[in-house]
Design a protein around this ligand. Sequence first.
Ligand code: PGA
Length: 248
Amino acid sequence: MLIVANWKAYVDTLAQAKKLLASAKRAARTKGMQIVLAPSSALLGLLSVGNRTKVQFAAQDLSAVTVGAATGEVPATLLYSLGVRYSILGHSERRAQGESDASISEKVRRALTVGITPILCIGERDRDEDARYLAILKAQLGSVLQALSPKEREKIIIAYEPVWAIGKSADDALNASDLAEMSLYIRKLLSEYLPENTARKIKILYGGSVEPSNIRTLAKEGRVDGFLIGHASADPTSFAALQKALAP
Ligand code: PGA
């Protein structure tokens, strides 16, 4: 099970970050549990440099620019050199700031070029009765995958995050049977770009109000390989409760 803790801007002190890191290190010792922390960029290098633990680090975003005159951008090569091996890309909170499918696609390619695994977020804003949201997911995924070579496509992780379920509570999250359906649908989309046996191996995560009270059922019945967790991963008590809920 892959757990990606998206700290967003919730974690705003080094002390809190260290507490969460200590808890993540304990959790990462559990068999079958892979923990990736995604702190904000100011904390990222502080935590990832010289990291020798099983915990790995993700950027919350990265820049498609290479190097040079680009104030405020964080180059992918710098992230890689600091030990960062994953990057969340196309998160709905970045899309809401104007990020387009085209720029996300560019960032995904940039990440892969330097050896960073993209965690590509896709998800509909809301659900309509005519199921047009399925076409939205297809377009979001297609715009990235069609620009990649078959070898590159194998390396990405998909995070399905319905925007309407983000930042709420477990009661508002997608339920496990709907998640299982969505996971099958995403795998079907993947098989349009990859051979069936490879498409089966791509990791699919779910994100959107995953909390200690729903993570176990979602993990058991949701047909996903892990979770991208926001608010519940940024508080030491609920982060520990999430780990406990997943324990065998
Ligand atoms: P949430 O956020 O767990 O707070 O809903 C998930 C995400 O946006 O990645």
